[in-house]
Design a protein around this ligand. Structure first.
Ligand code: OF8
Length: 121
């Protein structure tokens, strides 16, 4: 029906949504769920020129903005790097980012991705 175009998912979108859900599970306090505001983080927008968070990644998946897996991984790394740039090492946000980065990167190793194929096709 031309009026209600159901958003069909490409295989890449299905892979990225699966990976995003897995990464979000490793952020139970939802520190990375939403954009960081200047009200909760003074001067944030002056210090962090390319902000990134899970909700923005989700929107980019839905908008089919990622051409490949690497662009998605780059945004995940950017999100974690922003947190270690803005926050001091003794903060919960810095420590959470330091823990989340390797966990997220392990999800996209060739070995892990091979295990995924049957599930996602
Ligand atoms: C990710 C990050 O840098 C962050 C998340 C938060 C945050 C996230 C959810 C609820 C409250 N704060 C935050 N607060 C102060 C300074 C930095 N942050």
């Amino acid at each position: 029906c031309v009026l209600r175009k159901i958003a069909e998912r490409t295989p890449l979108q299905r892979l990225l949504e699966h990976l995003l859900r897995s990464m979000e599970k490793r952020d139970p306090q939802q520190f990375f769920a939403w954009p960081v505001t200047d009200s909760i983080a003074p001067g944030y927008s002056q210090i962090i020129t390319n902000p990134m968070d899970f909700s923005t990644i989700k929107q980019k998946i839905d908008d089919n903005s990622y051409q490949n897996l690497n662009e998605f991984v780059e945004d995940f790394k950017l999100m974690c790097d922003n947190a270690t740039t803005y926050n001091h090492p003794d903060t919960i946000y810095y420590k959470a980012a330091k823990k989340l980065l390797p966990v997220g990167l392990k999800m996209v190793t060739p070995e892990k991705l091979r295990q995924l194929r049957p599930v996602l096709t």
